[in-house]
Structure formats: C-alpha cells, structure tokens
Design a protein around this ligand. Structure first.
Ligand SMILES: [Zn+2]
Length: 309
C-alpha cells in the first residue's frame, strides 16, 4: 500500500558516533519537519548560514560518500545511510540537527538508524506525498558504469550488479522491491572496502574513522571482520542501500525500475541531474488518492521548495 499523505516523526530521536571519513565524533537529533519541507540538515555548531537541504542540486562531492553543501559552502557529509533509513521508514519531512560536518557512521549500515526510528511514531501530515513515476526509460553511462530507470507500475525496484576482480565480492547481483520485499538484509548491509585500497583512501584524507566495527574489509580471499558477512549478498545489498539514500535526494518517492551496473554515489547523483534536466517528459509527478491519481507539474512543485535553504 502506498501512502497518500506525507509523513514525519511524532518526536525527536538522537544518534551519536564517529564520522567514517573525518574521524570526528558527532551527534544528530532528528526532529519533526514541516509539510513539503523535505529533509533539512541544520549545523548546530555554526550560528548562521547553517541550513542544508537534502537535494541532488546541493551535492558537492560524491567521492566515496555523498556530501551536501549550501550556497554559503557549509557542508554535511556521509548523508546516504541516514537518508536511506528515512526513505525506508516512510518519513518525508524532518529536520536533522548535527553538531559537526559528518553524519555518524554507526555500524556502517542503516540498521541502527532504523532501530532508533522504529521507536518513534511516524505521523501522517495533511499534504499529499509526491511520487515520481517513470513513463519512459532514461539511462546514463559513465565509462564502465551504467544506470537506467524504466516504468515499473506503482513500485520502486532496484537491480544492481557488481563486477569486482576480488574473488570474495566477485559478480554479485540482487534485485529488491522497496514496496514489497522484506528489507532487513538491505538496511543491515554494511559499507565495505578492499584492504589494498585503504592506504590510498587515507592519503585522500578519508576513512579516518574507519574500523572493523563500522566497515567490512576484504583482503584478497578473506573477510577481516571476525563475525563475517551479515547476509550472503551484503556487498551488493549495501550498494542498493546507498542508491536508495542518494535517490532520496530527488525529493520524491520513486515509482520505477532502476538497473545499475558498477554504480556508486557519483553515478546516482549525476543520474538525478540528468533525469531532471533533460528527461522531464519521461516522468510524471503524481499525488495519489484512494480511487484517483492526480498529475502535477514538477517545475511548479520544485520551485516552491527552496533548494539552497
Ligand atoms: Zn554506503
């Protein structure tokens, strides 16, 4: 059953932990949000220009994690697992206060966010939710990576294929329907990396907070985490989770079939720009009613929502 109305939380919920890339401790408070507001980050360590809307137009970097930046160059990074948790929790509007630049990585998946959000009642608001329904296929190729979205009736399905030379990761493939499937393996799948890449990632100034407590690390033919994998497709499932988080930046609930090969944050974020810039005839924005569907204009709706809050 698709929700007709927008939803938010009935009360606040807190999380704290270390940032994967900065290594800095941070605390977030997710608070109820206003209708049509979407997900708004507020940097409480700054006194002005501290609001950053979770929108694809505000993506400043998508290298290894998704970073958002407002017009005053204030940033918030590693937003994807939190945004995926909000998508899966059916939350449309929320304010996220954060006292640092990076969202805590917690266990490397969306599981702890989901568990915290499940203790809070989600409440219906009076405005209708906006769905983006694909009418015609849109695709994007970047080097060896590829992503497309095709019509899929009234559900959001993601098929993902990985092709790693590493023998443990190898050619993993999975397909998950966000509206119909049990999502536990999706939201509990952790971020991962190859041991041989860690030096380079650290040289880039990233992964300062990375440990075996918050990431799967693969060394040739073995997994270094003593508890092994949480599910047999944990690698590809995590890539699907990242995609859900990045697609939350569209500002809509998606009705379409995504097919992604070797993608990541960069491809997903660039794809959203392509979709909205060049392919607006290939989707429609809908409001649902019990017996009726109303089509509304994306241009009109998105112009009402401030992008650089
Ligand atoms: Zn991730």
């Amino acid at each position: 059953m698709l929700n007709i109305y927008q939803q938010t939380l009935s009360q606040s919920v807190n999380f704290e932990g270390v940032g994967l890339h900065t290594g800095l401790k941070s605390k977030i408070t997710i608070k109820p949000g206003k209708e049509d507001q979407g997900i708004l980050f507020i940097r409480t360590d700054l006194s002005k220009n501290n609001q950053i809307l979770a929108n694809y137009k505000n993506v400043s970097s998508a290298k290894l994690c998704t970073t958002l930046m407002n017009k005053n160059k204030v940033k918030v990074s590693t937003v994807e697992h939190l945004l995926a948790a909000l998508y899966i929790s059916e939350i449309d509007n929320a304010i996220i206060e954060i006292n640092s630049e990076e969202v805590p990585i917690l266990d490397g998946s969306s599981k702890e966010f989901l568990n915290g959000l499940r203790n809070i009642e989600v409440v219906k608001q009076s405005k209708k939710r906006k769905y983006l329904k694909i009418k015609e296929k849109v695709d994007l190729k970047l080097h060896d990576k590829e992503i497309s979205i095709s019509p899929n009736g009234f559900s959001f399905q993601i098929e993902f294929k990985l092709n790693y030379e590493n023998e443990i990761i190898g050619k993993q493939k999975n397909s998950i329907n966000l509206n119909q499937d049990n999502l536990e393996n999706l939201y509990s799948s952790r971020t991962f990396c190859l041991l041989e890449d860690i030096d380079n990632i650290k040289k880039m100034g990233l992964a300062k907070g990375g440990t075996l407590e918050n990431a799967l690390v693969v060394d040739k033919n073995k997994i270094l985490n003593s508890d092994g994998l949480r599910n047999s497709k944990e690698f590809v499932n995590h890539k699907i989770l990242d995609l859900v988080g990045d697609f939350m930046l569209s500002g809509y609930r998606i009705l379409g079939y995504v097919n992604c090969y070797q993608g990541g944050h960069q491809l997903s974020c660039q794809f959203l720009s392509t979709l909205f810039k060049n392919s607006s005839s290939k989707f429609e924005i809908l409001e649902l009613e019990t017996n009726k569907i109303t089509s509304i204009s994306h241009e009109k709706y998105s112009s009402r929502v401030a992008v650089n809050a």
